[in-house]
Design a protein around this ligand. Structure first.
Ligand SMILES: Nc1ncnc2c1ncn2[C@@H]1O[C@H](COP(=O)(O)OP(=O)(O)OP(=O)(O)O)[C@@H](O)[C@H]1O
Ligand SMILES: CC(=O)N[C@H]1[C@@H]2OC[C@@H](O2)[C@@H](O)[C@@H]1O[C@H](C)C(=O)O
Length: 369
């Protein structure tokens, strides 16, 4: 596909918290962001969420994965076709991440449910998908992939000096950016990795104990007391000793609920929230140069108790990225719009300092309608 100059791209992401699909438009040439466009969201129904959850950790060939893929495809088709008909500037390309079902980069690989070739046919547009496999095949973690977009955002915002982006979804990921270095793959421009579990353990606790999908506004955690022994034990996990880049699957810390089983609801929620903040603080120790600010995106930034804990533990300013004029709910969807254009232009989407891959790699498969 030949691209000259900026085009409108539509990106879609179904994240680890399994709440639904985010989609957003972005105008870019794959290097510079020219404009942010409209966005939309389609939640999964309870039944859909259960079908996807039942297949987590399974690989292609499994019947539950096939069923989950159909759910993911139908949800994306509904949302994206609705957007394509409604937006003023039609997209010329789609970046379709799909839903990560299993992620084991060192051994079995990585798998995102959802068939991009089918999406291209349904949407009648070129679709870029399977963003992570090429990186994994070259020895990378296949994640996180948003860092190249974080770099573009930092330059769009005209930031100078080192800054950090933190995504607090089901899993947390942190990107250190030097916006003064023009190319994201250049030495020193980026360092990125997953920090640890973010909202997922707290969501699981709320579901199990209260029948709620999350701790709204951190209200329960704010009433509880942190069990410092649990935090200390958590931080002794071998993941925190690994040097970045490194990545996680949603359930790589599977026994967290048992670690707070002896605690009442509020204390358990406070402790799981603290684990998230403490793992970010650990991650910040890897900063190549101390960032002036941490810009937080993802649903976790809506949790004032979690934000307060981050501010208490970190030396730098902790900002909701919305306060810089970006949409913290849509950054990941926008990232896959951006990466789709990069793939179409043959530009890299990850590099040794973002995924640990052996060389710069342009991941992603392009399916034409
Ligand atoms: N008002 C709120 N109070 C507390 N937590 C919130 C609030 N709003 C959202 N969250 C948390 O944010 C989560 C959703 O975050 P987000 O949509 O960024 O996740 P995701 O994109 O699915 O995950 P990932 O980035 O890991 O792929 C919810 O499941 C919830 O835990
Ligand atoms: C394997 C996978 O899907 N990882 C997700 C997950 O959710 C957050 C974190 O873990 C990050 O590594 C990644 O998503 C974002 C979009 C990324 O690749 O940057």
């Amino acid at each position: 596909m030949k691209i000259s100059g900026a085009i409108w791209a539509l990106g879609a992401m179904s994240g680890t918290s399994l709440d639904g699909v985010d989609a957003a438009m972005l105008r870019t040439d794959g290097e510079t962001i020219t404009a942010f466009g409209p966005s939309d969201y389609r939640p999964y129904s309870k039944a859909e969420r259960a079908q996807i959850a039942a297949a987590l950790g399974q690989w292609p060939g499994d019947a539950q994965v096939a069923q989950a893929s159909e759910v993911v495809e139908a949800a994306h088709a509904a949302l994206l076709s609705r957007m394509i008909t409604r937006v003023e500037d039609a997209p010329q390309i789609v970046g379709f991440h799909g839903q990560t079902m299993a992620h084991d980069p060192g051994v079995q690989g990585t798998h995102q449910a959802g068939d991009g070739a089918l999406m291209a046919e349904l949407l009648q547009l070129p679709v870029v998908w399977d963003f992570r496999s090429a990186d994994v095949q070259l020895g990378g973690q296949g994640a996180p992939l948003a860092p190249f977009f974080h770099h573009a955002c930092a330059r769009y915002l005209g930031l100078t000096g080192p800054v950090a982006f933190l995504n607090l979804g089901g899993v947390g990921n942190l990107t250190f950016v030097d916006p003064e270095i023009a190319a994201p793959e250049a030495e020193g421009a980026l360092l990125a990795f997953d920090t640890g579990p973010a909202n997922a353990p707290l969501n699981d606790l709320m579901q199990a104990r209260r029948g709620q999908i999350f701790d709204r506004d951190g209200a329960l955690a704010a009433q509880g007391k942190v069990d410092a022994d649990v935090v200390e034990d958590f931080l002794s996990h071998r993941y925190f000793l690994k040097i970045p880049p490194k990545s996680l699957d949603r359930d790589d810390f599977p026994d967290l609920s048992s670690k707070v089983a002896h605690l009442g609801d509020a204390d358990a929620a406070a402790t799981l929230t603290e684990l998230c903040a403490a793992s970010v603080a650990r991650g910040m120790e890897h900063a190549p140069r101390p960032p002036s600010r941490l810009m937080v995106c993802g649903g976790g930034r809506r949790n004032p108790h979690l934000m307060a804990r981050l501010r208490a533990l970190l030396a730098c300013a902790v900002d909701d990225i919305d306060d810089h004029g970006l949409d913290g709910d849509m950054l990941e969807a926008q990232a896959f719009a951006y990466l789709a254009v990069r793939v179409a232009r043959g530009l890299p989407t990850s590099c040794p300092s973002t995924t640990g891959v052996a060389a710069n790699v342009g991941g992603g498969v392009i399916s034409q309608p």
